[in-house]
Ligand binder design. Sequence first.
Ligand code: GLY
Length: 352
Amino acid sequence: MADRRDFLKASLLGASAMAWAGQAMAGQTMASTSAKTKQAGGAMKPRVISTWDFGIAANQAAWAVLSKNGHALDAVETGVQVPEADLKNHSVGRAGYPDRDGRVTLDASIMDADGNCGAVAALEHIAHPIQVARRVMERTPHVLLVGDGALQFAQEQGFKKEELLTPESEQAWHEWLKTAHYQPSANSEILDYGRRDQGKGSLPGGKDNHDTIGMLAIDAQGRLAGACTTSGMAWKLHGRVGDSPIIGAGLYVDGDVGAATSTGVGEEVIRNAGSFLVVELMRQGRSPQEACREAVMRIVKRRPHASKDLQVGFLAMNREGEIGAWAIQPGFSYAVCDAAKQDGLVPARSVY
Ligand code: GLY
């Protein structure tokens, strides 16, 4: 069922995107040999991938760095700032939907191939949490700063304190308060259409919750890096932190193996150390696609309700630049960008 749906969607993407979709479909064999980025002579072809359709524009910003022989770490930090700044995007950065108290709290992490990493969680009033995460990585002996401490650090670093709740997001929050029905949710065809059909959507506008952007890149020197940033679940409890800023959950990079990132219901990703699991599976010899599928199945096995109301997706890249993805529900897509094509979008395969 999911296979057919993926194929139909791929058809709609147009001929050029079909190359990428074909790569995803090739993963059915579970032995993807597709699109290695190693060039003759040992140099790597740079490539960047990221979650959801908003990843296309984010990738293009990252590509501006990679295509000039830039560092993968700079590329991912630059790329994810595009959705962080996008006022139409209500799941990342400024204009993100607030928590149930009306506060926009942001989570972000960044990691390089050598195990260096930094993250912020429940950070308010700073437009680009990914920049603060990188400062945590490079200018402190720590990995994760949270809440007021993260804000204090950001201000000490010269970041401007701003209001991130836009009138549109505030209005959506007021709408939600009328019922205050809370069901952690993430984008998938089934879940979003389900909510709309039932007329009790937790997100105004229905199919609007694109969730986290996770981005992985490999540069011309073969260096891997990843970044992940989100405003988290809309209407969450104040203080709730998802998978995105948790190294090993929402993001993990190991230069000897590969990198992984996640999207969807963060609690399930944290419970299973999801991105670390994907990288470890690649270390054991799985392709990126196989590793993502196995990590998803680990979650599904523990959660009998997964078919009805749970979405988690993983995206991975190995040190050869091969890529893969898998999700519980249909609807997860990922953007792919390299020298051949800068606006590819691939529907991920799914369990259901
Ligand atoms: N995956 C984003 C979150 O759960 O916050």
